[in-house]
Design a protein around this ligand. Structure first.
Ligand SMILES: [Zn+2]
Length: 232
């Protein structure tokens, strides 16, 4: 992949100068701050400003990161990237929240997480748990908010794959779903969660605010889907 994913180093950059290095069925840049949908986090939207304004409607990660724009810029054009910050920042807050919810649900309530989806209005987590009830939802919510209020720093580390595999509880997904590289990006949230992750997060749990679990759906015998919101 030719594009430097600047958001992996700095999730808070809202604007960046870049160059169009290829046009496939969208725009490939030398570097980008646009997050391409993956790991449950939706794509960033926004615009590129060069000799005209190109609206960025979707960003896809394939062999290259493809920015779908309307209209298309020209090859070699210098553009200023501007992301829709309200959207991105909500995704960052929701993403950090989802890690804290998943970690507590797993460690303290024994729920096995099977999937998740981050959104602007709410996020949802799929998990295995036989007899879930509203009391468990309430205790989980209280525990998560307690951890969020502790103002825990969120840091991004590089760790060797082998070391991660040896660590208790760091692997929350099947090993085969991890990137194949020897060194992985790991997101650590204070002492509450640590896992390989390619998403964008806030710097401190105080930025998340409080969560509210407002719905649990049955998705088969042992499968549940939990929905939560965070304050705007
Ligand atoms: Zn994540």
């Amino acid at each position: 992949m030719r594009t430097v994913q600047v958001y992996l180093e700095d999730s808070y950059l809202r604007e960046l100068e870049a160059e169009v290095v290829e046009i496939i069925d969208g725009v490939v840049l030398d570097r980008t701050i646009f997050y391409a949908a993956s790991g449950g986090q939706p794509t960033d939207t926004g615009s590129m400003v060069g000799s005209a304004t190109y609206e960025v409607k979707e960003v896809a990660k394939r062999e290259e990161i493809i920015h779908k724009t309307e209209p298309l810029p020209s090859l070699g054009e210098r553009v200023k990237l501007i992301i829709d910050w309200d959207r991105r920042y909500m995704h960052m807050r929701q993403h950090t929240a989802i890690h804290v919810v998943s970690s507590i649900a797993m460690k303290e309530f024994g729920a096995m997480i099977t999937g998740n989806q981050i959104g602007m209005e709410y996020s949802r987590i799929d998990f295995n748990f036989k007899d879930w009830n509203s009391e468990i939802s309430h205790s989980l919510q209280a525990r998560v908010n307690e951890e969020l209020r502790r103002n825990q720093d969120v840091s991004v580390l590089s760790m060797k794959r082998d070391d991660i595999l040896k660590m208790d509880g760091a692997l929350k997904v099947d090993e085969r779903l991890l990137p194949t590289s020897d060194v992985l990006r790991v997101v650590k949230i204070g002492d509450v969660d640590m896992q390989p992750d390619g998403g964008t997060h806030v710097k401190n749990t105080s930025e998340v605010g409080e969560i509210e679990i407002y719905k649990i759906e049955n998705k088969g015998k042992n499968n549940k889907r939990m929905y939560f919101t965070i304050q705007r």
